[in-house]
Design a protein. Structure first.
Length: 113
């Protein structure tokens, strides 16, 4: 397998993981807005916490990015994922804000019950 093929494979896997976490985060946001707090909400929070722990351990760098780095010397934010460069650059900030909003709403819902 060539270096380019390996990078395409890593980028594809990274993009699929990104899509998975989008589903997790936006389900969480939907559920708390719709006041449908169920076990899936708590599973989402667990998955997000696990992702946060991984990022903490790897000093805010996704381990998939570290793998992709072996196959590219690009300095672009999206060298390791199929996203627009601006989204890859601000991905953590955008999704941290969305998760934060969802958690605030969740706390309000739980306290109000």
């Amino acid at each position: 397998m060539t270096e380019k093929t390996k990078l395409v494979l890593v980028k594809s896997i990274h993009s699929l993981i990104w899509v998975f976490f989008n589903v997790v985060i936006f389900y969480l946001l939907y559920a708390v807005i719709a006041d449908k707090i169920d076990r899936w909400v708590w599973i989402c929070i667990g998955l997000i916490a696990l992702e946060g722990l991984v990022l903490l351990v790897f000093k805010s760098i996704c381990p998939v990015t570290l793998i992709a780095r072996k196959y590219s010397d690009s300095t672009r934010a999206n060298f390791d994922i199929y996203l627009p460069n601006w989204l890859a650059k601000y991905n953590k900030l955008i999704y941290t804000i969305i998760v934060g909003i969802a958690l605030v709403i969740l706390i309000i819902r739980v306290i109000a019950k």
